[in-house]
Design a protein around this ligand. Structure first.
Ligand code: NAP
Length: 461
């Protein structure tokens, strides 16, 4: 009996779970979606609106009052109203004095105003404590419940206590607050939702530029050259043959470009003898978009796989095979199996399959849901060790494809090398330098530098 009663005591909450009322100015899309989420999380919500008529879109447990009445009921007021209407708040300065005002607004253009919306709000109401938050969360995501728990909410503000109150609300909604510091950070936070795939720009432009270059290069060598010198119209190569030559080349070059900045970084650190000096900006930016480069490379590799698998269905391929058979039949001869060729073709396919398998593995582990579930060492093992193995296999796949053609003069139409030869330049350079870097006499000092050792310490006595 005693035991039971002590258990009951232990289960009795000692602190109250009751949450403070939150006021939301504006019953528009965002105000309603956020209000909904807050009520679900246990916050009493009161709306401040120009019209106190309850519409059935408004969460049913919420109150709707005039702005002044609503503001009096809460310490935290979320301003879910566009910046251009902020001056209606000036007459409310007295009632908003000392309150925490959460600015969630966004603009239509980058750096649309000289100061951020949050700083503008703080200038209008100097007696209030302005905090910037929630602007990177969309009303749709709030309402549809598609926000995952790791979704970050950037928060900034000059008043530490006010910021803390807002971060507590963010946490209570199941989101993760990320403190970005003072209100000076508001402009940067307001620019986030206006950026269009910032990390994808360089990889996309680079891929488009290289693809266009290699495509034209192939058209010139495979179609125009053949037409001029052999009077043979192979213009249909544009549909599958040339894309299937450009895709693997792009996949290999982009995969090598994922590892090239790491090589540059190692050389720079070895040369400087310290890791405490910043890399040049171009290298920093390149390092930051390695994942995107890798994913585009994977997309090219996947296209190459699909193009290759549909090859037997192509009329041209069937015609070429039939021609070979018919010519043997007409000449009454059977070509013996060329064992070297059989070896080369099987090795080429095996290397390609293994390389692609690792490529896919790299792509999967770069997904946040997977990378969040592996520790740093496991992630590095896959991305670095298996990544290099994928690069070695794909480079070998291309070399074996070239086979004996490298030394054959007919492979150089108009004295130009074939694109698969061009595609080998960067991967081979990366692999050769990496090979040098793993030598103990180079690897040891590099590892020490990366652990903080400096050749010429700045602060030595
Ligand atoms: P909205 O649907 O147009 O709602 C804005 C609300 O502001 C209106 O419903 C109205 O509420 C109030 N309002 C309009 N004109 C006013 C005036 N002259 N004076 C006082 N109040 C006025 O816009 P929203 O999509 O909810 O966006 C609101 C704010 O949230 C914007 O700054 C936006 O940048 C930001 N935001 C939106 C999203 C989103 O996904 N929608 C995401 C992040 C941030 P009452 O009729 O109740 O007065």
């Amino acid at each position: 009996m005693n035991k039971n009663s002590s258990n009951t005591m232990a289960l009795t909450p000692t602190t109250s779970n009751k949450r403070e009322t939150v006021c939301i100015f504006g019953t528009g899309d965002f105000g309603r979606a956020l209000g909904h989420k807050m009520i679900q999380s246990g916050y009493p919500v009161v709306y401040g609106s120009r019209s106190t008529q309850i519409s059935n879109l408004i969460p049913k447990d919420a109150e709707v009052l005039s702005h002044a009445e609503a503001a009096q009921k809460a310490a935290v007021i979320i301003i879910a109203i566009q910046r251009q209407h902020y001056n209606f708040l000036t007459p409310l300065a007295e009632v908003l004095h000392g309150k925490v005002l959460v600015d969630i607004s966004n603009n239509l253009k980058l750096n649309q105003y000289p100061e951020s919306n949050a700083e503008y709000l703080a200038q209008l109401l100097p007696g209030s404590k302005v905090v910037k938050a929630f602007n990177t969360v969309s009303a749709w995501a709030l309402q549809s419940g598609t926000l995952d728990a790791s979704r970050q909410v950037f928060v900034c503000g000059d008043d530490v206590e006010a910021k803390q109150m807002v971060m507590d609300i963010v946490r209570a909604l199941g989101l993760t607050p990320l403190d970005k510091g003072s209100l000076l950070a508001a402009q940067e936070i307001e620019n986030y939702p206006l950026q269009l795939f910032p990390m994808w720009k360089f990889p996309m432009f680079l891929s488009l530029g290289l693809t266009a270059f290699f495509f034209v290069y192939c058209v010139v060598l495979d179609i125009i050259y053949t037409y001029i010198y052999e009077n043979n119209n192979l213009s249909f190569f544009i549909a599958i043959t040339i894309p299937n030559r450009v895709c693997p080349v792009m996949a290999l070059i982009l995969l090598a470009l994922v590892y090239l900045p790491g090589i540059f970084a190692a050389i720079i650190q070895l040369y400087r003898g310290t890791k405490y000096r910043r890399f040049p900006d171009w290298l920093d930016r390149w390092m930051l978009c390695r994942k995107q480069l890798g994913l585009i490379a994977l997309a090219f590799a996947s296209l190459h796989v699909v193009f290759t698998l549909v090859s037997p269905l192509r009329a041209f391929v069937r015609w070429r095979t039939n021609r070979g058979i018919i010519s043997q039949a007409l000449n009454n001869e059977t070509e013996p199996l060329d064992h070297t060729n059989a070896w080369l073709s099987d090795s080429y396919l095996a290397l390609g399959i293994l390389g692609y398998f690792l490529f896919v593995l790299l792509g999967i582990t770069s997904l946040p849901s997977v990378s969040n579930n592996v520790n740093w060492r496991e992630f590095r093992f896959v991305q670095s060790k298996l990544g290099y193995l994928a690069l070695i296999l794909c480079t070998a796949h291309t070399m074996v494809y070239g086979g004996r053609w490298f030394l054959n003069p007919s492979a150089y139409k108009w004295y130009l090398p074939d694109i698969y030869m061009l595609s080998l330049i960067i991967p081979c350079a990366v692999l050769v330098v990496k090979f040098v870097l793993v030598f103990p006499c180079v690897d040891k000092p590099l590892t020490r530098i990366r652990q903080g050792w400096e050749r010429n310490p700045k602060y030595s006595e």
